[in-house]
Design a protein around this ligand. Structure first.
Ligand SMILES: [Zn+2]
Ligand SMILES: [Zn+2]
Length: 144
């Protein structure tokens, strides 16, 4: 259970500190090529939050952003390269890697973009071919 209302985290070097409050809108795994390439990892364990729940408490000036597409603005620390968050303005959420919120009990509910997986995970959770229909996807599930 996530009983805490506020979580803190930082980039890899600690120059950027942040807090997020309340509870994630969604916790899940993404298997898409964009996540894979940017995170340099086969799967991205991510958490979505209401954007105004994220507060940068230190090191705002160290944050750089890059938008390969307008729907995903990726932010990281200029000093260490540590990933911080991805803004998804069209979806109205902000996306933080679960791994940089150490006190958050990561309890994923779904896998998204599973058609692109390079690391199949047999865990009984639903496997969305791309995205749920309410997030602009096909809503189709594929078998494990
Ligand atoms: Zn840093
Ligand atoms: Zn992805």
């Amino acid at each position: 259970m996530n009983t805490q209302e506020k979580y803190t985290g930082s980039c890899f070097c600690g120059a950027v500190q942040f807090s997020v409050s309340t509870h994630p809108v969604l916790m899940a795994y993404c298997h898409c090529e964009s996540c894979r390439h940017w995170s340099a990892s086969p799967v991205n364990a991510f958490t979505l939050w209401q954007p105004d729940t994220l507060k940068i408490t230190q090191g705002e000036e160290q944050i750089s952003r890059y938008a390969k597409s307008p729907g995903s603005i990726r932010a990281w620390c200029r000093s260490c390269g540590g990933h911080l968050f991805i803004e998804h303005p069209q979806m109205g959420v902000i996306d933080l890697p679960a791994a940089i919120i150490p006190d958050l009990n990561f309890t994923p509910s779904v896998h998204v973009h599973y058609q692109e997986t390079v690391l199949p995970m047999i865990d009984g959770l639903p496997k969305m071919k791309d995205l749920p229909s309410d997030a602009g996807g096909s809503g189709e599930q594929i078998p494990e």
